[in-house]
Ligand binder design. Structure first.
Ligand SMILES: Nc1nc2c([nH]c(=O)n2[C@@H]2O[C@H](COP(=O)(O)OP(=O)(O)OP(=O)(O)O)[C@@H](O)[C@H]2O)c(=O)[nH]1
Ligand SMILES: [Mg+2]
Length: 310
């Protein structure tokens, strides 16, 4: 497997992409700058060297974003991807390649290598994913709707105590008050008929895949699946999920008797998933950097993602 150090230079809401040169695999397509580790090099040494060689920049700050394994017909690559927020010198194509700044929301149609699609999802999906506590009512959510509308956190509405009608009404009211996107898990409701359905994401637990048809439904907002093992994560990827929630990182109050998989198992799951993964299990938003070191681009949870009164 080829280990590749990949850098995502970020400037506000744009990232730098470069065009692959003639004679290289994927010539003419776009990619994030980077390249193969040389013998004896660490990934961050390779990152700094590749960005200096390809763009003429000196990296000042780099943080892990995600790891992604992709199999080409003739080679397997591990894209070890880093966010680069600060650097010295203006980046330019030092090897004759074209470069351009691309808005994150336009990356899906920028002509990137197919292998990069999970990386694009990781840049576009929120880095924090908050599940509502089971005992919450519709009013609990309506009372914080302004906060939900301005927050960058993605919310999953679980709310098992609500009827389908009450659940649907709540979702529509939240979307109407400006909440940008919401994850819902009730497939019995005809969401396609709802206004702003494109702002809804379908969240399914792994065991629901059996009865969810052979392919993910065409939800504009995408589908996310919770998994605890490799078999389910592969099934979810084949089914057409865009992201996964994998756990458990640590022991949780929700499942105190479940043995946590731990970070090394999460890293194995994330590497094998081929999709961007939210880590879950006893985490808070403050665990984002440890989750990223374990190959998960983001964190999810219940307690720890809401104000203490929740
Ligand atoms: N840099 C980079 N490589 C990627 C991306 N996506 C992706 O599949 N790759 C694959 O990862 C490998 C990176 O190799 P590279 O050609 O950049 O390697 P390099 O800079 O060391 O070049 P060289 O072999 O000409 O010295 C290629 O097989 C390429 O297809 C990406 O976004 N950025
Ligand atoms: Mg390269």
């Amino acid at each position: 497997m080829l280990h590749i150090a990949v850098g995502v230079l970020r400037r506000g809401s744009e990232v730098l992409i470069s065009q692959r040169l003639a004679g290289k695999p994927g010539a003419g397509q776009w990619e994030f700058p980077g390249g193969k580790l040389e013998p004896g090099e660490t990934v961050t040494q390779a990152l700094r060297r590749e960005l200096a060689e390809e763009l003429g920049v000196e990296v000042l700050d780099h943080q892990p974003l995600m790891r992604l394994v992709h199999q080409y017909p003739d080679r397997t690559v591990l894209l070890d991807t880093w966010l680069v927020n600060r650097w010295k010198q203006e980046p330019s194509g030092r090897e004759g390649q074209a470069t351009r700044w691309c808005p994150v929301e336009a990356l899906s149609t920028a002509g990137l290598l197919a292998a990069d699609q999970p990386l694009v999802a990781a840049l576009q999906w929120p880095a924090c994913y908050a599940f509502t506590p089971d005992h919450w009512s519709a009013n609990d959510l309506l009372s914080i709707r302004q906060q939900l509308a301005t927050s960058a956190v993605l919310t999953r509405l679980r709310l098992p105590r609500l009827s389908d009608t009450a659940y649907r009404d709540l979702v529509l009211r939240l979307l109407d008050s400006g909440v940008q996107r919401l994850a819902v898990d009730r497939t019995e409701i005809d969401w396609a008929a709802a206004a702003a359905a494109e702002r809804l994401i379908l969240h399914l637990p792994g065991h629901a895949l059996e009865s969810a048809g052979s392919q993910a439904p065409a939800w504009a907002g995408g589908c996310v699946v919770s998994c605890h093992d490799q078999k389910t994560s592969q099934q979810a990827a084949q089914w057409g999920a865009q992201t996964l929630v994998i756990g458990s990182a640590r022991r949780t109050a929700t499942h105190p008797d479940r043995l946590p998989a731990g970070w090394s198992e999460l890293r194995r799951l994330a590497d094998g998933a081929g999709l961007p993964c939210y880590a879950i299990g006893g985490l808070t938003p403050r665990d984002l950097s440890v989750a990223r070191r374990a190959g998960c681009f983001a964190v999810a949870g219940i307690r720890g993602f809401w104000p203490r009164s929740a």
